[in-house]
Design a protein around this ligand. Structure first.
Ligand code: SF4
Length: 246
């Protein structure tokens, strides 16, 4: 293998704890053995690649709020608030890490090993409120791998955001959201939920089984769920995976 030698260290996983600990060692402020810093990949003195123990996903609410004011001194945050079909100023946000499922085709699985940790609804709302008051955002894209995992959290968030005139979308599973009642879906729409990205994958039950998606999704469920979405006026944006044979 040809090595360019441009990379000395890789942080494999959340860097919240790993990065400052690594900097302390590199700057000589700590004599901690690199082997004891979790989520790290590096070459030891013998040229052997070492991968340290993985750290469990962190409690998202215990993390400090991003220093948005500090970012703003380097590059105006306003420039990141894009115009989309939902609004004139769209904020991109990650409210959770990972996903509790293990679909055989998904890149999220080997990274998070079926773990999911989320910010509580008030924590999300606090960040959104900051951007609403400071930049007058009118839309949010939740880029979580699985935003709708906890119905309780989604409903609590909907209740908090309902009067703020913010449209939003997130990604979720059909069989998870199909458990939400019509009243709950209506309420989410009222609270600004405009669209949900959904992994339909295929309408063929046999192929679905081979994809090892877990849960209870079926071709029939996909069809009836899409009708439910239409009734509550939430766009069901579905991904379908097809194999092209030349
Ligand atoms: S539910 Fe979605 S994010 Fe989770 S493992 Fe399956 S495809 Fe990946």
């Amino acid at each position: 293998m040809y090595e360019l030698g441009y990379v000395d260290y890789i942080i494999s996983g959340p860097g919240d704890n790993t990065f400052p600990k690594l900097l302390d060692v590199l700057e000589g402020n700590s004599d901690k053995n690199l082997m004891l810093i979790r989520n790290l990949i590096f070459k030891n003195e013998d040229g052997k690649i070492i991968q340290t123990v993985k750290e469990a996903l962190l409690d998202q609410d215990s993390l400090p709020q991003y220093p948005y004011t500090y970012f703003n001194t380097f590059y105006p945050l306003e420039n990141y608030l894009a115009k989309t079909f939902m609004g004139k100023k769209t904020f991109a946000y990650h409210s959770s890490m990972g996903c509790p499922f293990t679909c055989s085709f998904c890149a999220v699985v080997p990274i998070y090993n079926a773990k999911w940790k989320a910010k509580a609804a008030p924590t999300i709302y606090k960040d959104l409120k900051y951007f609403k008051e400071k930049y007058n955002i009118d839309a949010v894209e939740f880029h979580d791998n699985n935003f709708f995992t906890s119905k309780k959290r989604v409903m609590e968030f909907s209740k908090l955001v309902i009067d703020d005139n913010i449209e939003w979308w997130g990604e979720g599973r059909i069989d998870t959201i199909n458990k939400y009642s019509d009243e709950e879906l209506h309420y989410m729409r009222k609270a600004g939920c405009r669209m949900i990205f959904l992994g339909a994958e295929t309408g063929n039950d046999e192929v679905l089984k081979q994809m090892n998606k877990g849960g209870t999704q079926s071709g029939e469920m996909i069809k009836s769920f899409v009708k439910r979405m239409k009734a509550v006026d939430i766009i069901p944006r579905t991904f379908v995976r097809t194999r092209i044979t030349w």
